[in-house]
Design a protein around this ligand. Sequence first.
Ligand code: TNX
Length: 521
Amino acid sequence: MKITLVILLFFFTTQLSAQHSLVFPEPVNVEQTTDNFVFNGLLTVDNTRIPSDLFSYLRELFGRQFIHLEPASAKDDATIRLKQVQTFAYTEGYQLSVTHTGIEIQYSSYASLCNAFQTLNQLIQNPKELAGIRISDQPAFAYRGVHLDCSRHFFSIGELRKFIDQLAKLKFNRFHWHLTDDQGWRIEIKKYPKLTSVGAWRDSTLIGHFSKQPAEWDHTKYGGFYTQEEARQLVEYARIRGIEIIPEIEMPGHARAALAAYPELSCTEKQLPVAGTWGVFDDVFCSQEKTRTFLKDVLDEIIELFPSQVIHIGGDECPKINWEKCPKCKAVMTQNHLNTTHELQSFFIQDIEKHVNAKGRTIIGWDEILEGGLAPNAQVMSWQGMEGGIAAAKQKHRVVMTPTSYCYFDYYQSGHPSEPLAIGGYLPLEKVYRFDPIKGVEDEYKQYILGGQANLWTEYLPTIQSVEYNAFPRLVAMAEVLWNKSSVPYSDFVEALSSTYLPQLRNDGVRFSTSFLDPTL
Ligand code: TNX
């Protein structure tokens, strides 16, 4: 009898803890109570504790749920009571409780306050009553990122704002903005105006016309760019929502758009167009000093625009074939006693790093920056697998894990024949949910793994709707991985996703895939 009771109790408690709450990503500790708070569509808060731009955002966020968030007339009668504390081990953690007397939030920082309000917003199911609850929460990883390639296809600032709103809801805290690549340079640089007057535009004959016959091809221009003012405003927009934007300027590879604008920066100095097809191209930035000076000038303007501690300098997929044949590169090698073009790549990145470090910032690059020796303070974004990241962590470099097998959201999410054409690969929702950014990392090096990131490369994602379709719901799974290491069983996550989160996405006008619901795919 006793044993049955224990088994029953065990079953009951694990069942309870297995369920996913209303909040995505699932908070670390959730205790449901029956001490409900009854109210009437109006929540009041001491807004002197909330920066005014955050308060305006929160009013708009809650307004979408038909909740009026108002400043409390007197501090003591606020229905949301805020208390700043210094005791949380993690700066982003918070505590939130709902009782019949109202809502109490304990927070420690701006990020923590944002996270608490995102949680509260998701708890609201009806504008008259909030179920009693006690939450104490903190993220598993400090870096929770999403990358979007705005070179292969261009997305307007309005579209990016809507996207960032969705990232904020899921408590992502980094937006990696891929601004340059072979097929388009997307950020205004005052010193080099041709980067955008020439480099932001390509002939759309081949790409963008997948479904057309050659006879139907036109030669219209495709492209666009962000002005510095627009970039500044987006940085601010994201900051208010607790998200830091990390800009990426690709070097020495993926440079065809820049070289179309300034051919003298390549080894051959040949005038080539902005790339009009996908892939990896042999024409890259020459390693000569003139080119490195150009890139330093570009980075100076980028550093002015983006306050992020890290600046992404690309570093991936740089064929060395032109460097091998280039007298200017040969001279750099001789002068600096370099034996191989891999060492030359390392020299190139280290030279750029010195410049960025002198401005008080840190570089981050794709894992090819390990080749020929890692720059002394560089952080590594490990994409080809976990190995690059593990090797970098062993050298005590900070790492963001973003292996293709778990993090490439340009891959197919199901095998259904109606899936839109993708770059290849197969990454279903469940696999994302099973991602572990510290798998295979020895205990003493785990501290160097900052977190993980989902990457949205857009060769095959021509519109923001197609980006959304590939992003959701896989981003919800990634948020769970990075916030709570997927603490809830997958089947419970999926159930809650369908009943609770997908309706919210629908409500927000965000496209998403439901292919995960079909177990045969
Ligand atoms: C590899 S990941 C790339 C990108 C492509 C992507 C397509 C990385 C650093 N480079 O240039 O868009 O694959 O999946």
